[in-house]
Design a protein around this ligand. Structure first.
Ligand code: SF4
Length: 92
């Protein structure tokens, strides 16, 4: 099991669906607002629309793929044990 922190800048979401289709455990589309929601996430700030969630998982590759699939790179995945930023990767 790996401890991960998912940070999501929801304000920048353009509803491209990539995160939802790859990682439906952590992301769900909010049809009313045309934004993805971080499932069971916690809102960080009153201003802006930033969310966070800390999980223990064996499904690290799928979570990274979901974050890397986001075209506007608003999903960050951090390994909480090492502090390493696992996603998003470098822009192509
Ligand atoms: S992949 Fe990015 S832009 Fe697309 S729905 Fe998810 S957060 Fe929003």
């Amino acid at each position: 099991m790996v401890k991960l922190r998912i940070e999501y800048d929801r304000g920048g979401c353009i509803a491209a669906w990539a995160c939802v289709s790859i990682d439906s455990e952590n992301f769900a589309m909010n049809d009313n607002e045309a934004k993805a929601d971080l499932v069971e996430g916690t809102k960080l700030t009153v201003e802006g629309d930033k969310w966070v969630k800390e999980i223990e998982t064996d499904d690290i590759d799928r979570i990274i793929a979901g974050a890397n699939g986001c075209p506007v790179r608003v999903i960050k995945v951090i390994n909480m044990d090492t502090g390493e930023e696992l996603a998003p990767g470098k822009a192509e």
